[in-house]
Design a protein around this ligand. Structure first.
Ligand SMILES: [Zn+2]
Length: 410
């Protein structure tokens, strides 16, 4: 019954998206030329970020005077990709984010600190703020730069929730410790985490997710969003993948050959937006790898759930016949005692194999690390002990927007 209703929603939403893009999008008008009837979505070609970068403004379906917001996201040409929204798109973004926060269990009674960037042409902070407002929560835009301001607001406003990047939550926890602030017993009971992994592929918390839960005495909720899709998916209390809002977005998971994979199997996330006015997308290859789970969730929602993102498709490492995502190596490094900082560097060795080096500092010995890698991911990267400054220079090159733990020189 429920499944039929979802299918009907899909058929209607896809037909609308097809007719709209075929008529208004210069890019899709070209692609869909000669198609008189609504094609099957899976019969259409996919589009990747390279195409978006090359044809950026050909994806715009409305006259420029209807655009009310422009943000940027990373591109493939060295310049950022421009992404545009109409008033109706911002409302859709707010609905999407409200639904995501409903998964977290927030209501109008909640006060949430928004500790992510609202400027610098990012969309995420704006989307969260719009969603919290639509839900009727009290939003407090503390931003991501001052742990002291966060702690002050926790004390004065008694917020229930904080939306932040995990590494910033860690900084706040360190500051709290330094100031003798009892964060674990504060009013904050939910942390909505974006941008860095807080769950492993089996949904257990990563070491950073576990540290947040301990230091904050709060639940961790993972959320995943893509600027170009004007959408995000957020976990519910069950913590078994981000719930898809099927009326706003359709997701397929494809293998390297472009075929759909089975339920729960990892592949590339390919998405089609519904209800977008300015820059709708059809079968967009996000480059992110994750699995989709279609079974009903214990929270009662029947919508599919997207599992943790294991990494970018082009980041997958090939080491002596085995393939592994840098995130798996990162999880190993985060779990070993005595690793103060690290960065993973990949270079091309041959067609079939990459050379992977791990630069670390701290007390952990190379032998301990080698054993941990062999035991957990069954590969042995080269390990080098280097000064912390060398690692930090690789993690944060000039003008970078976020810290990186993986450097790809292939
Ligand atoms: Zn659920």
């Amino acid at each position: 019954m429920n499944l039929n209703r979802m299918t009907d929603t899909f058929v209607k939403s896809w037909a609308e998206a097809f007719h709209y893009t075929a008529e208004h999008s210069p890019f899709y008008r070209e692609m869909f030329r000669g198609m008189k009837r609504v094609p099957r979505l899976e019969d259409l070609p996919t589009v990747d970020k390279k195409t978006l970068s090359e044809r950026n403004l050909d994806l715009l379906c409305v006259p420029r005077e209807q655009v009310v917001e422009i943000v940027t996201t990373s591109g493939t040409t060295g310049r950022t990709l421009l992404w545009m929204f109409t008033e109706s798109d911002l409302q859709r973004l707010a609905i999407n984010e409200r639904q995501s926060f409903e998964c977290v269990g927030l209501t109008a009674r909640d006060t949430a600190l928004v500790a992510v960037t609202l400027d610098r042409c990012f969309v995420a902070g704006l989307a969260y703020w719009l969603g919290l407002r639509q839900l009727g929560c009290t939003a407090v835009r503390v931003g991501p730069s001052s742990p002291v301001m966060v702690l002050e607001m926790v004390e004065r406003l008694q917020p229930t929730t904080i939306v932040a990047v995990p590494s910033f939550l860690k900084m706040v926890a360190e500051k709290a410790k330094e100031m003798g602030f009892d964060l674990a017993n504060s009013s904050v009971k939910k942390t909505v985490c974006i941008g860095e992994p807080v769950r492993q592929p089996d949904f257990s918390p990563t070491s950073s997710g576990r540290a947040i839960e301990e230091n904050w005495g709060a639940r961790v909720f993972a959320t995943y969003g893509v600027t170009e899709l004007a959408s995000s998916l957020c976990e519910c209390e069950a913590g078994v993948g981000g719930h898809l809002h099927s009326d706003l977005l359709h997701i397929e998971i494809l293998d390297d050959a472009g075929r759909p994979v089975s339920d729960g199997e990892v592949g590339e996330v390919v998405a089609t937006t519904f209800g977008v006015e300015a820059m709708p997308l059809v079968r967009y290859r996000t480059g992110d790898c994750a699995a989709l789970f279609r079974g009903r969730c214990v929270c009662g929602r029947a919508t599919p759930r997207l599992g943790p993102v294991l990494g970018r498709k082009n980041q997958k490492l090939k080491i002596k016949g085995a393939s592994v995502f840098p995130s798996a190596l990162q999880a190993v490094l985060e779990s070993v005692e005595g690793v103060d900082a690290f960065v993973i560097v990949a270079r091309a060795e041959s067609e079939l194999s990459d050379s992977v080096e791990v630069l670390v500092c701290g007390g952990a010995s190379a032998a301990t690390l080698r054993e941990a890698f062999q035991g957990r991911v069954k590969i042995a990267p080269k390990i080098h002990q280097v000064p912390r400054s060398e690692i930090e220079a690789l993690q944060m090159p000039p003008h970078s927007r976020k810290r990186r733990y993986f450097v790809d020189l292939r």
